[in-house]
Design a binder for this molecule. Sequence first.
Ligand SMILES: *[C@@H]1O[C@H](CO)[C@@H](O)[C@H](O)[C@H]1NC(C)=O
Ligand SMILES: *[C@@H]1O[C@H](CO)[C@@H](O)[C@H](O)[C@H]1NC(C)=O
Ligand SMILES: *[C@@H]1O[C@H](CO)[C@@H](O)[C@H](O)[C@H]1NC(C)=O
Ligand SMILES: *[C@@H]1O[C@H](CO)[C@@H](O)[C@H](O)[C@H]1NC(C)=O
Ligand SMILES: *[C@@H]1O[C@H](CO)[C@@H](O)[C@H](O)[C@H]1NC(C)=O
Ligand SMILES: *[C@@H]1O[C@H](CO)[C@@H](O)[C@H](O)[C@H]1NC(C)=O
Length: 427
Amino acid sequence: MIAYHAIVLLIATLTTTTFFPFVKAVTPADRANHECVILQSTIYCYGGAPRVPTEAISIVSHTTGLFYTLDLSQEKSVSDLETSWVEYTGQNVGPNNYFAMVAIPGENSFIIDGGRGGGGQTGPFIKNSTVIFNATGDGQFSTIRDGNHSVVDSHCGVYDPASNQAFFYGGRKSYEYSGLLGSEGFPDTMPIFDVFRSTWSLSRSTLRKLTQETRVNHKGVLGNDGNTIYYIGGIYPSAENPDGSVEYQYASMTQILTYNIQESTWGLETTSGLVPSSRIDHSLTLKPSTGEIVVYGGSPMGSGIPVPDYFYILDPGNMVWSNRSINASDDAQGAGARFGHAAVRAGNDTLFIIFGSTGQSDSSIHVLDIGSWSWVNKIVGFGSNGQPNTPPGGITPNDPSSDTSSGVSSGTIAGAVVGAVVGVCFF
Ligand SMILES: *[C@@H]1O[C@H](CO)[C@@H](O)[C@H](O)[C@H]1NC(C)=O
Ligand SMILES: *[C@@H]1O[C@H](CO)[C@@H](O)[C@H](O)[C@H]1NC(C)=O
Ligand SMILES: *[C@@H]1O[C@H](CO)[C@@H](O)[C@H](O)[C@H]1NC(C)=O
Ligand SMILES: *[C@@H]1O[C@H](CO)[C@@H](O)[C@H](O)[C@H]1NC(C)=O
Ligand SMILES: *[C@@H]1O[C@H](CO)[C@@H](O)[C@H](O)[C@H]1NC(C)=O
Ligand SMILES: *[C@@H]1O[C@H](CO)[C@@H](O)[C@H](O)[C@H]1NC(C)=O
């Protein structure tokens, strides 16, 4: 037999092509009422809808450009991050807005539950009430059996790593199923998903209907004790009309609804201090080093513009609200007043405020250091453990050039796409 010595050729081929595939980096179209999570060192954003200052009766979702990822593993300027999104084109679960999305870090997965689908009151509605995306490998969506829980929108999801459960509180039964249901359109128990068993259950105690215990457009966050979920803001159905429609009132910012995971009990806690104005479509983030809860943005109900007082801190230790001016060092640009954005924390202190509407939706990213309370204009890069990379000096031997914004552009891809072309090295 003849021996072929093709190894040199093979190495040459692999070096020039296989090891250096090019991915198209883009800036997504402007949007709000999407959701984002972080898994390892990648942000995943799904869905959303363009928003304008006049509140449309029917907010219509984007139908293309639904699913994007953003790699945070490299040191990068925030302006470069804005053009570094990669669209995930493998599979999607259709247009959606006002859904709940929760990260399951231990499974490198996230869950999407409910939502308005295409938007508005006429659909198209979501096809899959609950799906899970496994980000390992090429990534894969699959459907979770719904366990008969109602499809709702404008609710929120919170994951508890200790019990490996995801809690989906509040919301409004989606139009397709509810029509005009009066207070019946608002769940009075909370569906709980056990990730390990892949089963659903309902919270034991029942919430009182037509009180601020059944909320819509609120947000929730797990406290530092790993046991208390805090639900803040939003609105609630306060009265039922004869035709089955409901009247809404603001949930009070001085009445924080809590859920005790171990005891399966609800509570209402009263706050004091500099109480924020009422709001919907804000974000909540835990600051792990202090246990403080950061409230960012929001809008009044039935409005297409944000509330002007966009930044508050709640200390759950004494239930006192405060706010502060955020330091804008190094000319870093702040996110300002906005709503319908996503807030994603990387490591302990780096808070990404992603897209949302300042009156007009946009596709901006802003980064707030919640350690020093200042807007920053670059990130250090994060490891697969989600923690910031060691600062310069601790560079790992395999670390490629830290300059990701230039030099690798092939220049052969037409400029029709927004953003830049960057090389990504897979090992
Ligand atoms: C996620 O996908 C990977 C690769 O296909 C697989 O090995 C892993 O078991 C999946 N995880 C779950 C929780 O299904
Ligand atoms: C979602 O539902 C559609 C229609 O029922 C189905 O064809 C599709 O496979 C589902 N998607 C996932 C990710 O399960
Ligand atoms: C869902 O509801 C149907 C009809 O009420 C019932 O037969 C079925 O057992 C329920 N499934 C689950 C998983 O609870
Ligand atoms: C993050 O905060 C927690 C709680 O204060 C602390 O235990 C941990 O060391 C911090 N991690 C880093 C990387 O600073
Ligand atoms: C801080 O609170 C005051 C009083 O409510 C408010 O006028 C101001 O806009 C708030 N600042 C921010 C950044 O939200
Ligand atoms: C703003 O932050 C920078 C960098 O952390 C710091 O040097 C400066 O003193 C801060 N300014 C204020 C007013 O806090």
